[in-house]
Design a protein. Structure first.
Length: 384
């Protein structure tokens, strides 16, 4: 017989490892390539020391000359708080009782919840990797109707999302929380909510529900933010990646210029290029015009890829369409206090009754932050 007790035990003993493995697999080639470790986690923060400039002092001297003076390494300290990532499933008491005498029905019930959780978590994690930590989805421009609004950036994956719209000025009226997006119109750049909004949301910013300023410090922060890990990029160039303006024209020369510049000036070696699907087609067309072999297989992912100077080019739906990112994945690490684990109460229980509802919920947690150990070794070609 299925009870709350053995259902709780099943989630802990049988589902956790499988769910954790699926949540860490197939998110994106970039995620698959970077290190995942708890080595630099201290308490609630990530702490890491990096060396700016050349390490050591070497000279070619006379046989009886002075030895080189010790070189004092210029250490920079990176400190960043771990972000709190949650995923929750909910099972109604009615559904649980209906499957009480049939273990197969219970398995199907839990599997269905888990599949939804895994799919949602993967999509959101992939999106966060390209964000700046603010969780911003888009700007809300004008009201078309009380339930439909024009936005500056609309994506198909918005459908079904629960979002918050925060006004331009803090404390202003018109903010709205917990809205669900019913549909999107890409041609008109509009989103339609399931419910009408009394006050106009024009001028506001849309975020995933409850996530504002709480997401991973992703590639958006690396390339767009004025400061990184507490350092202002204009004051500390080590934290400023190289950026080149393509001026609206994508050429093979500009692609190789970026690769050469990073290697020549920062002693870095790019091993992954990421862009949108449309831009990858343009890159493939450029290389095809030169009658080169453009398809190969990346041993890390098993995926067929386009290459530029033997560097694989991957398309990611969350990469902004106006830029190409040149990354050395060896410089990145997902620093995590733990992998995905169930949130337990004092008695070790996972399933808990939802207050005021005839339902039980279980929550997966992960405390992590994305860190780039050498920001100056990364690059971006923009306005492509």
């Amino acid at each position: 017989m299925i009870t709350i007790e053995n259902a709780d035990k099943a989630l802990k003993d049988y589902y956790l490892d499988a769910v954790s493995a699926q949540l860490n697999d197939g998110i994106s080639p970039f995620f698959s390539a970077i290190e995942k470790s708890a080595a630099n986690v201290y308490g609630k923060d990530v702490k890491m020391a990096v060396v700016r400039g050349t390490s050591g002092n070497i000279l070619a001297g006379a046989e009886d000359g002075n030895l080189p003076d010790p070189y004092k390494n210029r250490y920079l300290s990176i400190t960043a708080p771990l972000k709190n990532l949650y995923g929750t499933i909910e099972i109604s008491d009615k559904a649980l009782r209906a499957s009480r005498e049939a273990s197969g029905a219970f398995v199907n019930l839990v599997n269905s919840e888990m599949e939804g959780l895994i799919s949602s978590a993967k999509q959101n994690f992939q999106r966060m990797l390209f964000g700046d930590g603010s969780a911003k989805l888009c700007k809300v421009l004008d009201m078309v109707s009380p339930s439909e609004y024009e936005v500056d950036n609309v994506k198909e994956y918005f459908v079904g999302m629960q979002v918050d719209v925060v006004p331009k000025n803090a404390g202003a009226s018109g903010d709205s929380y917990g809205l669900y997006i019913k549909s999107v119109n890409k041609a008109a750049s509009t989103v339609t909510f399931t419910t009408a909004v009394t006050d106009s949301l024009g001028g506001g910013t849309m975020y995933p529900h409850g996530s504002k300023d709480n997401e991973l410090c992703g590639l958006g922060a690396l390339f767009d933010a004025e400061s990184l890990y507490g350092y202002k990029k204009t004051d500390e160039p080590y934290f400023a990646p190289y950026k080149l303006d393509a001026q609206g024209a994508l050429t093979e020369e500009k692609l190789t210029d970026v690769l050469d510049y990073v290697e020549e000036n920062f002693n870095g070696r790019i091993n992954m290029i990421i862009c949108s699907y449309a831009v990858r087609k343009k890159i493939a067309a450029l290389i095809a015009d030169c009658r080169r072999v453009i398809n190969s297989t990346d041993a890390r992912t098993g995926l067929g890829v386009v290459t530029v100077n033997d560097v694989p080019v991957y398309a990611d739906k969350y990469c902004p369409e106006d830029r190409i990112l040149f990354l050395n994945t060896d410089d990145f690490a997902l620093c995590q206090l733990c992998d995905w684990e169930w949130l337990e109460d004092e008695s070790g229980k996972i399933l808990k009754q939802v207050p005021g509802k005839a339902a039980y919920s279980a929550t997966l947690v992960k405390y992590a932050e994305l860190i780039c150990k050498k920001p100056c070794g990364q690059a971006m070609l923009y306005n492509v």
